[in-house]
Design a protein around this ligand. Structure first.
Ligand code: PGA
Length: 256
C-alpha cells in the first residue's frame, strides 16, 4: 500500500523566524492529538514541508525528532563549485533534508528549466540519497488544445531518463492552470492523468511502478482534499498557498 504524502511547498514566503514559528505550530498541532486521530494520521499519511533554503536550519531545529519530514524546493545537480547562487544536495543533507521538489512549474516556466536540466537534478538527488518529487503538468494553452497527456507523459519520461528504478521517486501532477488560481482540477480530471502516469510507470518499471506515489498539486484546500485523495491513483497532495497557515495545513493533513 502506498503511504499518502501531504507536502507543503512554502515557495518564496516566510522569513526564517516566521518559518520556524509555522513549523513549531504544525508540530504542536499534529502532536497534540496523541490519541487515535494522531495514530491514524501517522499510519496513513506522511507530512513534509519545504521552506525557503535560508529557513531550513531553523525549521530543521523546530522539527527535530518529530514525524514531519523536511524538504527543499530546488537544488543544483553538482555537488559544489562555481555556481553562484545555487545550493547542492550535500548542503541540504546536513540539515536532515529528505525530499527535494524538482521541476516545479515555476522553475520550468519562470526560470526556464528544461527537461534535461530537471533530469540532471533528479539523478543527482538520487545519487545523494534524497527523495526527488518530480513535478509535471500542462499549461492552460496545452490543456485547452487537448495536449495534457502528451505533455505530462513526455515530462515524465524525460525527467526519469536514465533512472533505473523508481524507488525513491515521488511524482507530482500539477496542472499549471490550477496553481495558485483557486481553480483545482476536478478529482476525475486529476485521476485520468494520474492513471496514465501510473500506466507509464508500470510500462517502464514493472510492478515497482505501482509503488510510486503520485501527488496532486494546484489549489488544494481542506475543502477539496478529501475528494481528490479518494481517487485510486492520487496518493497525496503538494500544497502551496494553503500550507502557509498552520490551521489550514493541519486540516488538509487530517483530511478536510
Ligand atoms: P497552490 O500551489 O496550492 O498555491 O496552488 C501548489 C504548488 O505550486 O505546489
Amino acid at each position: 500500500m502506498r503511504l499518502m504524502l501531504i507536502a507543503g511547498n512554502w515557495k518564496m514566503n516566510l522569513t526564517a523566524g516566521e518559518a520556524e514559528a509555522l513549523a513549531a505550530a504544525l508540530r504542536a498541532g499534529l502532536d497534540r492529538d496523541a490519541d487515535d486521530l494522531q495514530d491514524e494520521v501517522a499510519r496513513t499519511r506522511e507530512v513534509m514541508v519545504a521552506p525557503p533554503f535560508v529557513a531550513i536550519p531553523a525549521v530543521a531545529q523546530a522539527l527535530a525528532g518529530s514525524s514531519i519530514a523536511l524538504g527543499a524546493q530546488n537544488m543544483h545537480f553538482e555537488e559544489k563549485g562555481a555556481f553562484t547562487g545555487e545550493i547542492s544536495a550535500p548542503m541540504l543533507k546536513v540539515f536532515g533534508v529528505r525530499y527535494v521538489i524538482i521541476g516545479h512549474s515555476e522553475r520550468r516556466h519562470v526560470f526556464g528549466e528544461s527537461d534535461e536540466l530537471i533530469n540532471k537534478k533528479v539523478r543527482a538527488a538520487l545519487r545523494h540519497g534524497l527523495h526527488p518529487i518530480l513535478c509535471v503538468g500542462e499549461t492552460q494553452a496545452e490543456h485547452d488544445s487537448g495536449r495534457t497527456l502528451t505533455v505530462v507523459l513526455s515530462q515524465l519520461q524525460n525527467g526519469l531518463d536514465g533512472v533505473a528504478g523508481p524507488g525513491l521517486v515521488t511524482l507530482a501532477y500539477e496542472p499549471v492552470w490550477a496553481i495558485g488560481t483557486g481553480r483545482n482540477a476536478t478529482p476525475e480530471q486529476a485521476q485520468t492523468v494520474h492513471g496514465s502516469i501510473r500506466e507509464a510507470l508500470k510500462d517502464r518499471y514493472g510492478p515497482a511502478g505501482d509503488e510510486v506515489r503520485i501527488l496532486y498539486g494546484g489549489s488544494v484546500t481542506a475543502e477539496n482534499v478529501d475528494s481528490l485523495l479518494s481517487k485510486p491513483d492520487i496518493d497525496g497532495a503538494l500544497v502551496g498557498g494553503a500550507s502557509l497557515k498552520a490551521d489550514s495545513f493541519i486540516r488538509i493533513v487530517r483530511g478536510g
